[in-house]
Ligand binder design. Structure first.
Ligand SMILES: O=P(O)(O)OC[C@H]1O[C@H](O[C@H]2O[C@H](CO)[C@@H](O)[C@H](O)[C@H]2O)[C@H](O)[C@@H](O)[C@@H]1O
Length: 383
C-alpha cells in the first residue's frame, strides 16, 4: 500500500480538495486531510464522481449503515391508527409525564429540581427550515416562569448564540453544540451559594477544523436539492429533511467523502440530520453533569434533575440520570423509541402543559410552606 497525494476536482463547482490516499491495488483509502503541498504538478487528479465511486467500494458498508439509520429514524407518518401491542407496552413502560405528574412531584419532595430542556422538537415544533424553528410566546413565558422556581438549562445541538436568539431568556444556562459550549446566566446563579460563573468550551481547538469541514460540506452538497448545512460552531449539521429519499445515499456519500479526511471527527444522527462533531468524550450527558457541578450539586443527594428531550443525542443525558439514580428523563415522542427516559410526552404542547403544572405545583407548595411558617410564628408568639 502506498500513500499518494490526490487533488479531488469537481468540474461543476470548480472545487479542488488536496487529500492523501493510500492506494492498494484498485482500492482507495482516504487517510488524512492535508494542507496544499508546496510544488504543484505532483498530483494525480481524479474527478469527484470517481472518488465517490471508489469510496463506495471501500466505505460502502458504512455509508449503507448511515442510510439505513437515516431511514430507520424517519418512521412514516403514523396517522391516528389504533395502538399496536408494541406501542401499548412501550406506553406502559414510558407513561405520560402528565399522567404521572403526582408520582413525579412526590419523588422530588425535599429535593431541588433542576430542569434541563432540549430545544428543537421539545420547546419548538419541528419545521422544515431550521432557521425558522421559533418558539411560541406562550412557551417562552412558561420557561421564564419555570426559571423563577428552578435552575433551568437549555441543552441543544445548535450553536449557543443561535439557540439563545430563539429562546431570549438571559436567566437560563445554555449548553450549545451538544454541550460543547456552556455558559451560565449573565447575572450569575441565584439558586445556590457556591455556584460558579460558567463558560466552558472543551472542544475549542477544533474550531478551525469545524469551520473547514463546514465549508467543504457546503461545497460537496450544493448540488443536492434540499440539503442544508448548518454551522453549529463546534459541530456541523447536514439536514436531509427536504432531500428526496432517493438522494439520501448520494448525500451520505458526499458527507462520507469529506469526513474520511478527518479521523478526529465523528458522525451522529438526529431527526433527519447528520451531525459531525469532534471525537472528544463529551456529549449532552457530560454537559448535564458539568452543569450540576457548576450549580453546586456535584455530590448532593438532594438534587432532582429532570431532562426533557426528543432526540437520539438526548439519550446520553437520559442515561446519565438513570445511572446516577437521580431525577429522570422524559422523551418527547409520538412513536415508541428505544430510550433510557422514564416518561414520555407527545409533543412540545404537552411539554408546555407539563412545565406549567410544575410551576403551579411549586407556587402552591411555596404558599403552603409560607402559611405554615406564619402559623408557627403566631403560635410561638402566643406562648
Ligand atoms: O439538540 P436540539 O436542540 O434538538 O438540536 C438538534 C438539531 O436541531 C435542529 O434540527 C432539527 O430541527 C429543525 C427545525 O425544526 C429540523 O428542520 C431538523 O430536521 C431537525 O433535525 C438544528 O437545526 C440542528 O442543527 C440541531 O443539531
Amino acid at each position: 500500500m502506498t500513500n499518494q497525494n490526490v487533488v479531488v476536482s469537481d468540474a461543476s463547482s470548480g472545487i479542488n480538495m488536496a487529500i492523501t490516499v493510500a492506494v492498494s491495488g484498485s482500492s482507495l483509502f482516504i487517510t488524512a486531510a492535508q494542507k496544499p503541498p508546496p510544488a504543484p504538478g505532483t498530483y494525480i487528479t481524479i474527478s469527484k464522481k470517481k472518488l465517490l465511486q471508489n469510496l463506495d467500494i471501500n466505505t460502502g458498508a458504512r455509508i449503507n449503515a448511515w442510510v439505513d439509520s437515516m431511514r430507520a429514524s424517519s418512521p412514516t407518518n403514523m396517522k391516528s391508527q389504533p395502538l399496536s401491542d408494541d406501542q401499548n407496552s412501550w406506553t406502559m413502560h414510558h407513561p405520560s409525564a402528565l399522567d404521572m405528574f403526582d408520582q413525579i412531584t412526590n419523588a422530588s419532595k425535599g429535593k431541588q429540581i433542576v430542569m434541563f430542556l432540549d430545544y428543537d422538537g421539545t420547546l419548538s415544533p419541528i419545521v422544515d427550515d431550521p432557521d425558522r424553528a421559533f418558539m411560541s410566546e406562550a412557551m417562552r413565558a412558561t420557561v421564564r416562569k419555570l426559571a423563577r422556581y428552578f435552575p433551568t438549562a437549555i441543552v441543544s445541538g445548535r450553536c449557543r448564540d443561535k439557540v439563545y436568539s430563539f429562546v431570549r431568556l438571559a436567566e437560563l444556562y445554555y449548553a450549545g453544540s451538544h454541550g460543547m459550549d456552556i455558559k451560565g446566566p449573565s447575572k450569575g446563579s441565584k439558586y445556590k451559594k457556591g455556584a460558579q460563573a460558567v463558560l466552558f468550551q472543551p472542544a475549542s481547538e477544533y474550531l478551525p477544523m469545524i469551520d473547514e469541514v463546514y465549508k467543504a460540506l457546503l461545497e460537496v452538497t450544493k448540488g443536492t436539492p434540499g440539503a442544508k448545512v448548518e454551522n453549529n460552531k463546534f459541530c456541523v449539521s447536514v439536514h436531509f429533511r427536504c432531500v428526496d429519499e432517493k438522494k439520501w445515499s448520494e448525500l451520505a456519500k458526499q458527507v462520507g467523502s469529506v469526513l474520511e479526511g478527518y479521523p478526529n471527527l465523528r458522525l451522529t444522527q438526529g431527526r433527519k440530520v447528520l451531525e459531525i462533531r469532534p471525537t472528544i468524550k463529551w456529549d449532552k450527558g457530560k454537559a448535564l453533569e458539568f452543569l450540576l457541578e457548576s450549580l453546586g450539586y456535584a455530590n448532593c443527594t438532594n438534587v432532582f434533575p429532570v431532562y426533557i428531550g426528543d432526540d437520539r443525542t438526548d439519550e446520553d443525558a437520559f442515561k446519565v440520570l438513570k445511572e446516577r439514580g437521580q431525577g429522570f428523563g422524559i422523551l418527547v415522542s409520538k412513536t415508541p423509541k428505544d430510550t433510557n427516559a422514564s416518561y414520555s410526552l407527545q409533543e412540545p404542547s404537552e411539554v408546555m402543559a407539563f412545565l406549567r403544572r410544575l410551576v403551579d405545583w411549586k407556587r402552591l407548595s411555596l404558599r403552603r410552606q409560607f402559611r405554615m411558617r406564619r402559623r408557627l410564628e403566631e403560635i410561638n408568639m402566643s406562648l
